[in-house]
Design a protein around this ligand. Structure first.
Ligand SMILES: O=C(N[C@H](Cc1nc2ccccc2[nH]1)C(=O)O)c1cc2ccccc2s1
Length: 179
């Protein structure tokens, strides 16, 4: 089975990820040179490949839309809480008193830094997110329909792999989500 162009995968031009049914593992193949290998070629962007594999290949190696069983996706997020949040407290701040409007302005500042390429959502989440997932760069793991607050789920499932959402509001506060 072939996968989207190598541009998504971080592999050097001409290489693609394929799947060995016999070993049930991904391997790297260059159709032009007929080279195949179990490890990615030398000048692979391993960060991009990791993200690509996390969204296209489950640990068992089988390519699957959602990974970890049908219909599931994996996201990271950056949450900024406000005084109207369901739990206006976090590891960052014992009592959160900022207004929702202030929280949205803060989050838009983070959004601009991510879009400019200056930083990543994960790296910002570590210091800026009011969710306990901050210590894992905002990674929430895999989740399916019904697991998260509806506004969060709807926004997350609408994203393409790797894409970052705009400002998403839930009872917890305001979020940026990366699938
Ligand atoms: O609900 C959580 N944390 C809340 C804030 C929050 N509210 C959320 C609503 C939707 C998605 C993530 C969210 N995180 C808190 O810390 O007050 C979660 C933390 C973690 C940590 C690891 C994996 C999943 C989760 S869900």
């Amino acid at each position: 089975k072939r996968y989207p162009t190598q541009a998504d995968s971080g592999l050097p031009s001409g290489w693609e990820v394929r799947h060995s049914n016999s070993k049930n593992l991904p391997y790297y193949f260059n159709p032009a040179t007929k080279e195949s290998r179990w490890e990615p070629p030398a000048d692979t962007n391993t960060e991009t490949l990791k993200l690509y594999m996390a969204t296209h290949h489950t640990p068992a190696g089988r390519p699957e839309a959602g990974g970890q069983g049908e219909g599931k996706i994996r996201c990271s997020h950056l949450l900024v809480k406000h005084r109207g949040s369901r739990r206006p407290s976090s590891w960052r701040e014992a009592e959160i008193t900022r207004s929702k409007e202030e929280a949205i302005e803060i989050l838009k500042g983070h959004e601009q830094r991510i879009q400019s390429g200056e930083t990543t959502l994960g790296d910002l989440a570590v210091s800026e997110s009011d969710c306990s997932s901050a210590r894992k760069k905002g990674d929430l793991g895999f989740f399916g329909h019904g697991d998260m607050q509806k506004e969060f789920e709807d926004a997350a499932f609408a994203l393409e792999p790797g894409q970052v959402s705009g400002v998403v509001e839930t009872a917890s506060g305001v979020h940026l989500i990366q699938r």
